[in-house]
Structure formats: C-alpha cells, structure tokens
Design a protein around this ligand. Sequence first.
Ligand SMILES: *Cc1c(COP(=O)(O)O)cnc(C)c1O
Length: 529
Amino acid sequence: MSQAQPGFLRRALPAASPEQGESATAVLRDIKALVLPGLTHWQHPRFFAYFPCCASVPSILGGMLAAAVNVLGFQWAASPACTELEQISLDWLAALLNLPPNLCPAASPAAGAVLYGTASEALLAALLAAKARTLAGRQPEDALKLVVYATDQTHSCCRKACMVAGILHMRQLRTCSEQGFAMQPQALEAAVQADLAAGLLPCFVCATIGTTGCCAVDPVGELAPVARSHGMWLHVDAAWAGAFAILPAQREAHFRGLEGADSYDVNPHKALLCGWECSAAYFRDIQWVRRALTVPAADSPYLQNDRCGSGRFSLRLFEGPLGQAGDEADAGMPTAAGMGTTAALPSRSGLTSTSSTAETKAAIATISGCGSSSGSGGGEPAGRQAPASLEPPLERSDLDIVFGHGGFRGLRLWMVLRMYGANGLRHLMQHRLRMQSFLADLVAADERFELVVPPRFGLVCFRLRGCTNQANAELLEAVNRSGTAFLSHTMLSGRYVIRCALGGTLTQGCHVETAWRTVQRCAGAVLVA
Ligand SMILES: *Cc1c(COP(=O)(O)O)cnc(C)c1O
C-alpha cells in the first residue's frame, strides 16, 4: 500500500509540460523515483484488499499487442477480428464456466454475450435492457414508477446504475447473519407486493453470487420464480466469484439456478488473470440490450455498410486449429494447442489467403488426421457451427453504453484461456481455495480472533473477538501502515470486519503466513493499548 500523502506528486513535478521533448530515460527515471512510490501495488503477492484484479503474462502480452495494433471495434467492419475474437473467447469462457445453454450464444440463438469493461458497466447495460423490456407497450412516464431490488450487500454500482438509468426507486432488502447475508425470496416477494400496492412497477432484481463484503450467495434458483412471476429481469452479478464455477464442485454448491437469470456477469479481470478491464456479460435475450442501446441508423450514416448478408463473417478464425491461416505463427507467437498442426504443414503458402476456408479445413484435416481441436482449448469452441457464421455480424456499438468501447480487450481473454488452458485455470482456483483454508485455520487457531462468516471464494472475514469496531479499525490501520500487507474491511450487521481476499496471481502460502503474523503482531499492540 502506498504511503503517499495527498498532493505529493504535484509538488514533485513541474507545473507545465516541457517545451522540448525529453528522452525516455529521463521520463523513466521520474517514473521510478516519483510515480511508482505513489502506487499501491495491486499485483504484489501481499495485496489482500478489495478483490484482486489479476494480471498474468498472457494478459500483459495481450495488452501489449492490443496497444500496438490499437484497433477499435465499435462495428464489425471497423476491425472484424476484434469483434469475432471477443465472441469466440466469450463462447469458450461460457463453456468453461458451464453456463446454462439459454445464456450461451453458441447454444441459444436469442442469447448474446458482450465483453464490457467492468461489472458496473454490465449491470448498467442489463438495467437499461430491463427498463426497455418493462416499458415496452407502456407510457414513457411509467419510467418514474420502475423499481429495482437489491440487498444491503449488493455492490454500490447497482445504486449508481439506478442513478444513471433514471430509476427512482431502489430497495435494499435487509440481510442478516443468520441467513448468511443472502437475499431472501420471501422478503423480495413482500417488497414487490408493497410496491405493487403503491402503484409502482417492479422491474429488476440484482442478485449476487459472492458479494463484495463477505462473499454471500443470493439463492438465484429461488429468486428466479419470484422475478418471473412479476415479469422482473433477474441479473446475477458474479464479478469475483464467477470464476470459481470452473470447478465442478463449486459450481454445484453455489451456482444453481442460473438458467432462471436474464443476465449474468463475471469479471475475467478479477480472478481470471485477464488484467483490467474485462467483464463478461451473458444475456438470455440480447435483443433487449440492443433495443435499449441501438442508435437509429439515420443518426449514424457513417456506420452504415453492407455488413448484412455478405457472408464475410465466416472468418478463418472459426476453422479448426489456429496457425493454419499463416497469421499467428508468422508473428512468432507461441501456440499452445495449434502448434503441432502448424509445424506439420508441408507448404503453408498454398493454404493461406488463396484457398477457401473449406479447402483449408479439409487440407488441415488430412494433414493432421483430425478435423478440429487437438486437446487443450485451441480448437473450435464447442457448439459454434459453421451456419451461424453466415448471420449478420454483431455490431458492438449496438450493445455499448457509450459509442467508443474498450478496443481489443478480447485478445487478453483469448490469450489467457489459450495459454493457461482449462486445466491451468482449474489449478489456480484450487490453489486459492487451499490458501483460504490455510488462513482460516490460522485464524481459528488464535482465540483472540473470530471468523465472522464461513470463508468462501478465497475470502476470509475475521475480527478481534469481543472487541469494539474501533479496536478492529485500529488493527487494520496498523497492519496497512506496516507496509507488509494490505487488507481492507467491510461492515456486517453494524460490525467492523477485516477482509483478506486471497487470489493474487503471485500469492503463495508464505505470503499468507507473513500477513497473518503481521496481523497477530499488530493485534498484540492494539489489545495492550
Ligand atoms: C468488484 C465487484 C463489482 C465491481 O466490479 P467492476 O468491474 O470494478 O465494476 C461489482 N460487483 C461485485 C460483486 C464485485 O465484487
């Protein structure tokens, strides 16, 4: 955690930019001496605050490549591979997380997926879609009657989304420790009834799997029937925890009932190593997002093109093992899965731009002895059939909240999925759960402390047993001031709780142990004082 004081950088740097350009050496010297000390190092293995925002070698490489080509993909034609690679990666991710078919674009024609920048953005898009759906066929002034339901544990971005979307009524249902700080279906039903009686229009329920404060899990399977019976949109925010669904046991335990959701969001930039910003949103019926966010064609003459029906959508990217089209191996990039096939090609030139994709595929099949995937995720994503590729391409500007979007962020997700493989990511998630148990055992073994909620999704919440909120706040303050570890806190039922989020890319057991020894040492000082 940076120990900088407010204004430190303004005092250290000149008031205006230089007249003459300076050398990179001079700039880098200042970055090292002045800027870096003012950063809190989110990738440090002893960063345990908030939730980790994990980077990795593939995400850094992907980010560098994206910055180098610096393309925009607000429409398919602006950079076709930008749109398509994003969709492919989202299909791959959906399969890894075992999402229900009705949320997967590869399995359901009505479904759609978007790689937004953040979970907040995804939630806002979902809310705008819900608003469009609820108001369809109603008077515009009914917008003033719309109601959103969340809990006191829901991320504050839900409140912000209501502010932006012009929703006047947001109910924060009270949660309690006895019910694991989860939303209760009966409480939701009662709140909806009260609002209906008051002449309001229930519109949107925001459920969370893995709340930010304590990783509570709202019972999506039980909330879905309530939402459905009142025509409400059910959004499931699994920004941090969603990645744990890659483990079958976790999926079974915490992710039931997702087929009842209208939208679902998980942040690959948190637990899935993709680096900031990268949030994967899945919609059961993407048309509502489009209806909410598509600008009339007359307002954007510069975007109109012959994008529909040209058949150009069947890019080679959809065809079998990568590397065959010559692009990837030529760039000297490592190909985890497709490499064997590429190397086996006797003459690549005849197989590249001149031949049709069908010929290429047939040739590859002949040479490699198999049609598609050769193992760990390098091949065709399951369920993506060739005919789908003839549909008009997805236009990102129809799904984004602002016109510009995050550029080629799909590259980072795609590179992480390829270079780690499902197996690598599963190991990573298991490692996090092991560290969680390790820390939970350490906390339980020191009777000065209590675990406040059952540890889950790598988050351990604890406090000094029988001590005031102030004593716990002093403890956290002392730990963070030590510079050894950085933790954060939350409030649960009026109690100050210290959170330790385990899951940084580089965090190992030894870092957890060091952090815990620091907490113990600081606790000694706080308890004496
Ligand atoms: C982190 C988090 C968010 C916010 O994520 P951003 O991508 O930063 O917008 C929302 N909801 C939950 C449950 C979170 O943990």
